[in-house]
Design a protein around this ligand. Structure first.
Ligand code: GRF
Length: 190
């Protein structure tokens, strides 16, 4: 059975685009059924519309920090689309344990570091500050502890002497666009 995939975004959605494009292949056992943003300005929404994928916005701001109430609305939209898999793709909201448990084993995230290194934000600058020779990106199954779930795929990216956080991020995100589709493909094939 073709797996139904919902993709959650907050911004430009370049990882979402790489997932949607990859799922067009005949041998990819998944289809995008929803792109959901927490922000009506997310540039990825127009891109998803361009692909003919259903989109939705659940703005977190009216909930004034009430994460549970925000997630009730998220779940309403998700349940209406019956996803088998949820891909977090640059979704910049912390999710509660109860939301994550509701989708246990069905939710993936992409993170721009070689986990378990550099959970959280500013990963590239932290790798540079530490004097690392290699950076990269990881796809992991989402569990309640932030960026700590089982890693299902990683790609390493060498750090150059001349790198800034921006130049490193630009090279890492190119690898994210390869890693996430391949990790999702493997995830929906088991
Ligand atoms: C990516 O670097 C992702 O790893 C991080 O946020 C960025 C999202 O970029 N969590 P995009 O919206 O997919 O272009």
């Amino acid at each position: 059975m073709t797996k139904r995939v919902a993709i959650l975004i907050s911004g430009g959605g370049s990882n979402m685009v790489s997932l949607v494009e990859a799922m067009k292949a005949d041998d990819f056992n998944a289809e995008p059924v929803l792109v959901l943003a927490n922000n009506a300005d997310a540039g990825g929404l127009a891109k998803a519309n361009g692909f003919g994928v259903s989109t939705a916005v659940v703005d977190h701001r009216p909930f004034s920090g009430d994460r549970e109430a925000f997630e009730v609305e998220l779940n309403k939209v998700l349940d209406a689309h019956q996803p088998d898999v949820i891909c977090l793709a640059g979704f910049m909201r912390i999710l509660t344990e109860s939301f994550i448990n509701r989708w246990a084993g069905k939710m993936l995230n992409i993170h721009p570091s070689l986990l378990p290194k550099y959970k959280g934000l500013n990963t590239h600058q932290r790798a540079l500050d530490a004097g690392d020779k290699v950076a990269g990106c990881s796809v992991h199954i989402v569990t309640p502890e932030l960026d700590a779930g089982p890693v299902v795929g990683q790609i390493e990216v060498p750090i150059l002497e001349s790198d800034t956080a921006d130049t490193l991020a630009a090279r890492v995100i190119k690898e994210e666009h390869k890693l996430y589709p391949s990790a999702l493909k493997a995830f929906v094939s088991v």
